[in-house]
Design a protein around this ligand. Structure first.
Ligand code: PLP
Length: 391
């Protein structure tokens, strides 16, 4: 089996070669060292809670502080802005609830139609509560590219927040976040980046992106089910989160409601150590080698239509497609029968599905490459898609 010959693919016990796993954009298999770290924590006797006088509690305190430092390195940010939560959606709702407290009627929030709904609806809810205007920048359905100029034109003196994806979870396109954040900062607005679909494939760098807040989910980059947000430290101090009185009153921990998931933090630390050591550029190179033949292979099959960007420029290794005459759910079921895992529908990118004109026809079939997907997996997918398209 080819997967045994691939040194990186061997690091994922859940990827045993039986299935070709193109479901990475929805969640990846966990790295071996992350699984070990999670297990070791659970068996260590350090299962306790923070801020106690005894050693197990101190170990919990140290664990979460190490996690803040490691995520800061991973995001090229500072540890005093990092906080953790169950997943990006929960954290973003908690964040926008705090943001909403400082908004005034007449303010404006600018988002995009390229985003996952978890970076649309929390802002919509905050806007509704405070009678704030919420507008969404368009993208080109043919190229899948965000209309940067149109978005910049929407950013005016009333704008308090601009929110943008690092990459589209549905079609993989990577917008020019920096151009948008420069425009936002020119009018004194803050920039929130949803890096959930970006961080598994590219180096996050908060300074380069111009992000004031950024979030991603470890289970999309080979870690456990936990998410990490960084917020500019002075900004995080200025916000008033919903919290109980006795919990932390300073720093990012103010946003962490209740007891942290320590075992997941242990797994996250091992994952981040691996990604920093392996390097995100190396991950990108491995993925692009595998992805290019997938994209060109799909494009060459009669009856298959790839949606959005048709090239390798500024995109993650995620492609969405339809097959003439087949509902996307039908295609996903037929591929599953051949042990090929893909997703069908809009993958919660509601506005993107509408812009692409697939919202009334069941959406698309989404196939994503991650580091453990092999050339053999790609061949399996292409052969199966060819068979379906010609049947
Ligand atoms: C781009 C993007 N943003 C947000 C989310 C929501 O992430 P979570 O499941 O961690 O809430 C996802 C999940 O697929 C996503 O792909």
């Amino acid at each position: 089996m080819q997967y045994l010959a691939s040194p990186i693919a061997r690091r994922f016990p859940g990827n045993d070669g039986e299935w070709a796993r193109f479901d990475g954009p929805a969640g990846t298999q966990m790295l071996d060292s992350a699984i070990d770290a999670l297990d070791e924590f659970a068996a260590s006797g350090d299962n306790a809670n923070s801020h106690g006088a005894f050693s197990a509690s101190r170990a919990c305190d140290e664990l979460i502080e190490t996690s803040r430092e490691l995520v800061a390195k991973f995001y090229r940010a500072t540890a005093d802005g990092v906080w953790f939560g169950a997943n990006m959606t929960t954290m973003t709702f908690a964040f926008t609830r705090a943001v909403a407290r400082a908004l005034k009627p007449g303010d404006r929030i600018v988002g995009t139609r390229l985003d996952h709904d978890a970076n649309v609806w929390p802002w919509h809810e905050a806007a509704c509560e405070k009678l704030v205007e919420f507008v969404l920048a368009p993208f080109d359905a043919k190229t899948g590219r965000l209309d940067t100029e149109a978005m910049i034109d929407m950013i005016d003196e009333r704008t308090r927040w601009v929110t943008i994806p690092g990459a589209s979870n549905l079609i993989g396109t990577i917008p020019d976040v920096r151009a948008v954040s420069d425009a936002a900062h020119a009018v004194g607005a803050n920039v929130f980046v949803d890096a959930v679909a970006f961080a598994p494939h590219r180096q996050v760098d908060v300074m380069a992106l111009g992000a004031d807040a950024i979030v991603s989910s470890a289970y999309k980059w080979y870690g456990p089910h936990i998410s990490a947000m960084w917020v500019r430290p002075d900004l995080i101090e200025s916000l008033r989160p919903f919290k109980v009185r006795p919990s932390e009153n300073k720093g990012p921990a103010r946003f962490e409601t209740g007891t942290p998931n320590y075992e997941a933090l242990a797994g996250l630390n091992a994952t981040v150590e691996f990604l920093i050591e392996f390097g995100m550029d190396a991950i990108r190179a491995v993925e692009e080698d595998t992805f290019e033949p997938l994209l060109t292979g799909l494009q060459s099959i009669p009856g298959v239509r790839c949606v959005g960007a048709q090239d390798m420029v500024d995109r993650t290794p995620t492609v969405s497609f339809t097959i003439d005459g087949f509902h996307p759910d039908q295609v996903a079921a037929m591929l599953a029968a051949e042990r090929v895992a893909v997703w069908s529908g809009d993958s919660y990118a509601v506005e993107a599905g509408q812009t692409l004109g697939v919202d009334m026809t069941g959406g698309v079939v989404r196939a994503g490459v991650v580091a453990y997907v092999t050339d053999e997996d790609v061949q399996r997918l292409l052969t199966a898609v060819e068979r379906i398209a010609s049947s």
